[in-house]
Design a protein around this ligand. Sequence first.
Ligand SMILES: [Zn+2]
Length: 366
Amino acid sequence: MHGKIMIGSGCVAPVNVTFRRTRRFYRQECGNLPENLEIVHVRLAGKPLSYRETRSSPMGGVTHEIRRALCRTAALHRLPGFERYTPDDKIIGGGISLKIYIMTDMEGVCGVVSHDEWVTPQGRYYEEGKRLLTMEVNAAIDGFAAAGATEIFVADGHGYGGINNLLLDKRALYLRGPEPGPYPFILDETFDAMAWVGQHAKSGTEFAQMPHTGWFNVLDFRINGISVGEFGQMSLCGASLGVRSIFGAGDEAFTKEAAALVKGIETVSVKRGIMPGSGEQYSTDAYKERYNGAIHMHPNHACEQIRAGAERAMRRFAEDREQFELLKLQPPYRLEIKYRSDDKREAHTKHFEHPDSVIKLLNSSL
Ligand SMILES: [Zn+2]
């Protein structure tokens, strides 16, 4: 096997690498290369790297694994443009290999104005809500792709489903369970970065719209004493896998929550809740109805902001990923969940513990 392979453009100088290696060499470089991978030829600068597999890859084109293997090789040999990387780094920048995971939800979407009517299948605006979310996700995909994202996965994180798959940008792949765990929702260490679109704030947040953690019966959700919402739960899962949280779009209270938890995260606010107070004294149903009010920007304007924010986040990440804090807590992990009263049960508290895995901790609480 030999030839010239173009790896890198943009912020990393274009590099031509001559490979005269065996399949075994590639496997050594990257242990999980598919058995049946065969590199058949090579292109010069300006044209895409190409290869062939005997079975088809779901993404088509170049897989994350082969890009990573090539980049590791370039780093190993200190090729120009790769001096600052070590072979164990996830090589990023210059459109080389940027695999991003987008977690989605509905309550934080611009134009989604109430819970029951907009985000549940019985609601008369449910399909409209899904369309609005999908538009926002497409805007994020466009921004990430403009900044060099090479693989984009969209996880449909809303309980009833929130993505209209037919309208989803075809550069992305759609993830929907049931999945094992379920945490971390098919996220794994092959991703470089993660993002949120349509996310709402955690339970008990004032001036938030529809703030809740999992469901409206949860009053507070604390891991090692730190109160987290759905954003914090997944951000912790990502951090434990080495995946950084780089972007979040949702209501203003959510963006504040994200910025307070993860230093450096890029955020875009698309609406603002108008209800003061934590609502601690309310039962589940009363609490759910109370926080529907918000001031919304126009959905098209929200999409423009999201596109720009996503692109900014990805460019910053490609420049220096350390700008985005990797949120880590000290094991063992302890979880405390406080529930408010509802028609089935009085207010109560549950505890869980895990010696070394925040992902297993979250799964044990379900
Ligand atoms: Zn949610």
